[in-house]
Design a protein. Structure first.
Length: 243
């Protein structure tokens, strides 16, 4: 059974005193990896649906169902992403304070101070305190690229999915989005174009994770597997706003 803290560790060089703390609970870690895997599958199956580069299969059509299988995998991954985001939204309230860390508080001055402080940190201007949870810049990025973009992709995806069953649940729930965006073709175009924002986010996310791990020795890279992060004396624990 995991404990909330370990004894201080002495890491070389410099004999800096570190402690380990249980930060990311299992539902947070599960949602992270399920969402990441779903986005990966959705992106590449979506590319094939838009640009079917495979050679046309030979023989009778009833012997081959490649595009149908690709679409089936795409839809299943969409369901996984939806359920993962529902779990994460629930754990925002049910989890510890780190499950709520980094949430954009645009109305709070201290959130903006932390946001610009983190920008100065990443630009190498000064070393600030290292939050155990998400910092303000990370929280803003996740909110925009995962939650807002993810919600848009799910809504437009199910709007198109609803076309196969006019008047069904998904068509009734999300079909109005096709009209809002100017029809089925434009909805497809928006859905496809917006998916490339995930590529931008993935590259930035990967760079920041490796940079933070090497610079701060916080165990960020493997914290989403073990749940534990390291911190040193002088670092602050932010995001106590909804303990």
């Amino acid at each position: 059974m995991a404990t909330s803290e370990f004894s201080p560790l002495e890491l070389q060089p410099g004999k800096v005193m570190y402690q380990a703390k249980y930060v990311w609970e299992f539902p947070v870690r599960l949602s992270h990896w399920v969402t990441a895997a779903a986005i990966f599958v959705l992106f590449f199956t979506g590319l094939y649906i838009a640009y079917p580069v495979a050679d046309p299969p030979e023989g009778e059509a009833y012997h081959n169902f490649l595009m149908g299988r690709i679409r089936q995998v795409h839809f299943i991954a969409g369901y996984f992403m939806l359920f993962s985001m529902i779990l994460r939204a629930h754990w925002f309230f049910a989890g510890n304070r780190y499950a709520r860390s980094g949430f954009p508080r645009f109305w709070a001055r201290e959130w903006w101070e932390q946001l610009f402080g983190q920008m100065r940190e990443y630009l190498g201007i000064e070393r600030g305190a290292v939050p155990l949870g998400h910092n303000a810049l990370a929280g803003a990025s996740y909110f925009l690229f995962v939650w807002c973009l993810g919600a848009f992709m799910i809504a437009t995806g199910f709007a198109m999915y609803g076309e196969v069953n006019p008047g069904g649940f998904w068509d009734t729930t999300f079909g109005w989005i096709r009209s809002l965006l100017g029809g089925s073709f434009r909805t497809h175009a928006w859905h496809h174009t917006a998916s490339w924002a995930f590529v931008i986010f993935f590259l930035l996310h990967l760079y920041i994770v490796f940079m933070d791990t090497g610079r701060f020795k916080s165990g960020l890279l493997d914290s989403m597997i073990s749940g534990f992060k390291f911190f040193r004396k002088g670092d602050l624990e932010h995001d106590r706003w909804l303990s």
